[in-house]
Design a protein around this ligand. Sequence first.
Ligand SMILES: [Zn+2]
Length: 205
Amino acid sequence: MRATVLSCIAALALSLSAHAAEPLAAVERAIVPVASWGGTPADASKAKRHTISQITLHHQGEPFKPGTDPQAYLRRLQTWSRTTKGWLDIPYHYVIDLDGRVYEARNIDFAGDTNTEYDPTGHALIEVVGNFEEVEPNQQQLDAVVDLMALLARKYKVSLDDIKSHRDHSDKTVCPGANLYRYVKEDYFRHKVALRLAGEQAANR
Ligand SMILES: [Zn+2]
């Protein structure tokens, strides 16, 4: 991992000229808040508060048909999470749609939920819509995952080694799906996040 990071930084000069990324502050401002998609805040008195130390990637696990309204999907997901599952809220903190737009879901200060056996306390949970056992993630989704992971890694001082996916924590799931997991396994996200963070530092110098 250390070697990967060093080689990332060495590659930085090239990548900075090739990829003009938005500042992370702009990424954060573009996140669609819960009230904007018609969601309601969770009951804070029932929430388990936690401190973020890891970032964990998930997929929806069901096909997300083009043309589906992501805001309506989020409202349905919130209702299902609360009424059918009896959870505090949507299990994830952020949801990324087909266009790479990022939506706020569960308050990041509150620990998430899961159908499997790992304990998501301390994890920032990101869900990408779609079933990546069946389809490939598109580039906007991949870019959005990198941007969001970089934002969270910087904000909560999460080590690159702690950027993982659901199946890295549980044997009972294929989440985030083979076609998205490939990017986790091959360190695509860690590499891109390292570049993003180094680029941000260089820009602020
Ligand atoms: Zn998952």
